[in-house]
Design a protein around this ligand. Structure first.
Ligand SMILES: C[S@@+](CC[C@H](N)C(=O)[O-])C[C@H]1O[C@@H](n2cnc3c(N)ncnc32)[C@H](O)[C@@H]1O
Length: 296
């Protein structure tokens, strides 16, 4: 039984990673990464920072500079992460794609490879309402898109998917990108139990997660502090990291959910295969993408 959701604003980290994709488009991951849709999902103030980053024009002032650096760093991470995830999705086509914690993910509107795929976008109500407003009349490239409002901390994901037409006997590609860090270990386990029960033969699971890193955590804290000193709240402050997992732990929990990890790479390794070479190191080194296939 689902209780009403508490007043919760739309995710700001979802907007930050979308800004990163918009800032990277045509500049990073040349020939491998392209996301012309991201900028169309941004509000004017979010687009303004993206333009500064694209022009390499850092603004004056502490607060504006902190926002600029956040989008610049996000662009490097998102170019590599998007290449790794898109490759995994192309390599594991299924009639069903479930995007867990979809935020402003635009694959259903960007990837022609999804034209025969039905996509379920799962996120909490406020983030989903915000996304639908941003999408306006943008037409999906996927065969269909179903919005499925679920708070992983409170709601019954299995029932919500069932109600919105997801079939448990058909293969699903599950995408869990940039969401695991925000969940408790109980929420991670509960979500994976549903993934396990609703994965038909041939299913796969793509997880972009965050490994423990003192330097990445310290960088996040510093950005929050600098923004607070400038009289604003940082994008990340309402969305704390709760679960940073080592690759071995990820392999264990995915195995427990009936999946076998076939690859697990850090984003610095991915970024080093891209042009131009990355300038940052810390966030890329601790960000990872694991790909797993149904083992039973
Ligand atoms: C950093 S964003 C990533 C969005 C998207 N996957 C991407 O990579 O562009 C994290 C997303 O997880 C969602 N999220 C976090 N905790 C959640 C919860 N308890 N229930 C539902 N969604 C949640 C947020 O609303 C947000 O959209």
């Amino acid at each position: 039984m689902t209780t009403p959701e508490p007043d919760r604003p739309a995710s700001r980290t979802a907007a930050l990673v979308c800004q990163g994709r918009a800032a990277a488009d045509g500049r990073l991951g040349l020939g491998r990464f392209s996301d012309p849709v991201a900028v169309r999902l941004l509000r004017p103030d979010e687009q303004a920072v993206v333009e500064q980053v694209r022009a390499g024009r850092p603004p004056q002032g502490w607060t504006a500079r902190t926002a600029y650096e956040a989008v610049r760093a996000s662009a490097e991470v998102m170019a590599a992460r998007t290449v790794a995830v898109d490759d995994a999705i192309r390599a594991h086509p299924s009639p069903q794609l479930v995007v867990l914690g979809a935020g402003l993910d635009d694959r259903a509107w960007r990837m022609p490879e999804l034209d025969a795929t039905e996509v379920w976008e799962v996120d909490h109500t406020a983030s989903q309402r915000d996304k639908r407003d941003r999408l306006g009349a943008l037409e999906p490239r996927a065969r269909a898109v179903r919005f499925c409002a679920v708070d992983f901390a409170r709601d019954d994901l299995a029932a919500a998917l069932e109600r919105s037409g997801h079939r448990r006997d058909v293969a699903t590609t599950w995408l869990w990108e940039g969401v695991v860090p925000y969940l408790t270990s109980r929420e991670i386990r509960a979500t994976l139990q549903v993934v396990d029960r609703r994965s038909g033969q041939g299913s796969s699971l793509v997880v972009a997660y965050q490994a423990p890193s003192l330097r990445a955590a310290a960088g996040r804290r510093l950005a929050e502090l600098l923004t607070r000193v400038g009289g604003r709240t940082a994008v990340t402050s309402g969305e704390p990291w709760r679960s940073l997992l080592a690759p071995r732990r990820v392999a264990t929990v995915l195995t427990g959910a009936g999946f076998e990890v076939t690859s697990d790479e850090d984003l610095l390794t991915v970024a080093r295969r891209l042009t131009p070479a990355p300038t940052g190191r810390v966030s890329l080194r601790s960000g990872r993408v694991a790909v797993a296939r149904r083992a039973r």
